[in-house]
Design a protein around this ligand. Structure first.
Ligand code: UDP
Length: 383
C-alpha cells in the first residue's frame, strides 16, 4: 500500500517534503496549515493599489552557496537576479551595512579613516569578515575605539529593538550574521547565488505543490490536545489516524503542549505604508539602529525592479511573541533557550515516524537556503 504522510505547516520545510515525497516516492501527502495561505513566512502577494509585490512577513532575499539548493528551487521558479545592498542611517549618513571600508570613510575624517583602514587590513587581512564581538576583543587601542563606535552605532540600538537584549546576551552567531567587512564589497551577502523568484515566493511554493498526490488543506489546525506525556513521563501521541508518517514544522514547544515550559520567540509588527511617489528611499533596505522604534524600512519595488509611479514600504516594529496575538518569527538563540529546546528534542526521540524540521520545530535561526537544505536532508534520511 502507498504510504500516507501528514505534513503540518505549509512553509518552505513542509512544502519541500511534500514535493519530494509525492514526486520522487510517489507517496500520498496531506499538507495542512492553520493560515489561509500557503508559503508560511515567505508568502508574498501583489498589493492591489500599487501593483507592487510585497512580502507579508517582511523582506526575503534568497541567497545561497549551496548548489544543490539553488538547482532544486530552480525547477520551480525562474529568477530575478538581485544582489542585496543595505544601508544604515548612522550619524545622519547612509552607510553600507555590513559596515565596510567605505562606511569607515563616510563616518570618520580622512586622516582617522585612513589610519583605521590600514590597521584593519593589517590585523585581519583584506576581504575578511570580522564579527563585531570579535572586533571588540582586540588589544589594539585604535581598533578598540572603532569597535566601540560600530557596536554603539550599528549593533546596540538595532539589537535592543530586535531582540530586547544586547548583542552579547545572544548567541555569538546572531550578530556575526552581519560582520564588519574589511572590504569594498558593499553587498549584504557574498553567496554564489542571489536572486528573487521572478513571479514571487508564493508562486514558487504553489508550483512545488502541484503534484496530484498532494492534498492541501488551509485554515486547518493540528490538534495538540492529542499529544501528552503519560504518567511515566513517556511521550505518546494518540491519533495520527490513517497516516504512516508525520512531518511537523510548527513550534516544538506547542507540539508537546508546552509540557516543559514555553520557548520564547520574537515577533514583528510590520506596518505597510503606500506613497504617492516613485521612490521613497535610495535603496531597498535602510536600517535605523539609532532612530525610531522600527528597525528597518524596506521599499519593495526594488526587489523585482517593478515600475510604478507609486511605492510601498514596510516598517518593522519588533516585539515579544504572544500566543494568539501575533506570529512567531524568530527563535531566540541563547544558552537557556537552547537547553530547553534540547529537552524538547529528547521527547521527539520517543516518537516513531514523526519528524521535526524548520525554524520553529528545530528552534534554529535558519535562512531560507538552510531550511531547504535541512528539508532535503530529512527527505534523504526517510529514504
Ligand atoms: N544587526 C544589527 N544592526 C544592523 C543589522 C543587523 O545590530 O544594522 C544585528 C541584529 O541583532 C540582527 C542581526 O544582526 O537581528 C541579524 O541581522 P539580519 O539582517 O541577518 O536579520 P534578519 O534579516 O534575519 O532579520
Amino acid at each position: 500500500m502507498q504510504k500516507r504522510t501528514l505534513i503540518i505547516g505549509c512553509g518552505l520545510s513542509g512544502t519541500v517534503l511534500a514535493e519530494r515525497l509525492a514526486s520522487v516516492k510517489d507517496e500520498e501527502v496531506l499538507i495542512i496549515d492553520k493560515r489561509e495561505h500557503i508559503a508560511g513566512n515567505v508568502y508574498d502577494y501583489e498589493d492591489k493599489k500599487t501593483q507592487i509585490s510585497v512580502h507579508k512577513y517582511g523582506p526575503h532575499v534568497f541567497h545561497t552557496s549551496i548548489k544543490e539548493v539553488w538547482e532544486y528551487l530552480s525547477k520551480f521558479t525562474k529568477w530575478h537576479y538581485f544582489m542585496y545592498r543595505v544601508k544604515a542611517f548612522i550619524d545622519g549618513k547612509e552607510v553600507n551595512i555590513p559596515f565596510n571600508l567605505d562606511s569607515l570613510h563616510k563616518v570618520f575624517p580622512k586622516y582617522l579613516a585612513n589610519d583605521l583602514e590600514q590597521k584593519l587590513v593589517r590585523t585581519f587581512g583584506f576581504n575578511k569578515k570580522v564579527p563585531i564581538l570579535e572586533l571588540k576583543n582586540t588589544d589594539d587601542k585604535d581598533l578598540q575605539f572603532l569597535a566601540e563606535y560600530i557596536y554603539q552605532k550599528v549593533f546596540l540600538g538595532y539589537t535592543m529593538k530586535q531582540w530586547g537584549v544586547k548583542p552579547e546576551e545572544l548567541d555569538f552567531s546572531v550578530s556575526a550574521r552581519v560582520p564588519v567587512y574589511v572590504s569594498l564589497d558593499d553587498r549584504y551577502f557574498q553567496d554564489t547565488y542571489q536572486a528573487i523568484p521572478l513571479l514571487g515566493y508564493t508562486q514558487m511554493v504553489q508550483n512545488m505543490l502541484t503534484h496530484q498526490n498532494i492534498k492541501l488543506k488551509l485554515k486547518t489546525h493540528f490538534d495538540f490536545k492529542d499529544c501528552k506525556l503519560n504518567a511515566n513521563s513517556k511521550y505518546e501521541y494518540k491519533d495520527f489516524g490513517e497516516f504512516d508518517r508525520v512531518i511537523y514544522t510548527g513550534a516544538i514547544d506547542e507540539f508537546f503542549n508546552y509540557t516543559l515550559g514555553r520557548l520564547p520567540y520574537r515577533s514583528l509588527d510590520i506596518v505597510f505604508e503606500r506613497f504617492d511617489k516613485e521612490y521613497v528611499q535610495s535603496t531597498a533596505q535602510i536600517n535605523y539602529p539609532e532612530n525610531y522604534d522600527f528597525t528597518r524600512a524596506v521599499e519593495y519595488k526594488y526587489y523585482l525592479d517593478e515600475k510604478s509611479s507609486k511605492s510601498i514600504l514596510s516598517y518593522e516594529f519588533p516585539c515579544a511573541y504572544e500566543e494568539g496575538k501575533n506570529e512567531r518569527y524568530y527563535p531566540i538563540p541563547d544558552e537557556k533557550n537552547q537547553k530547553l529546546y534540547e529537552e524538547y528534542k529528547k521527547l521527539t526521540k520517543e516518537l516513531k515516524n514523526v519528524h521535526f524540521l524548520g525554524r520553529l520545530a528545530d528552534y534554529k535561526y535558519y535562512d531560507m537556503d538552510k531550511t531547504i537544505a535541512r528539508a532535503l536532508s530529512v527527505f534523504a534520511e526517510l529514504n
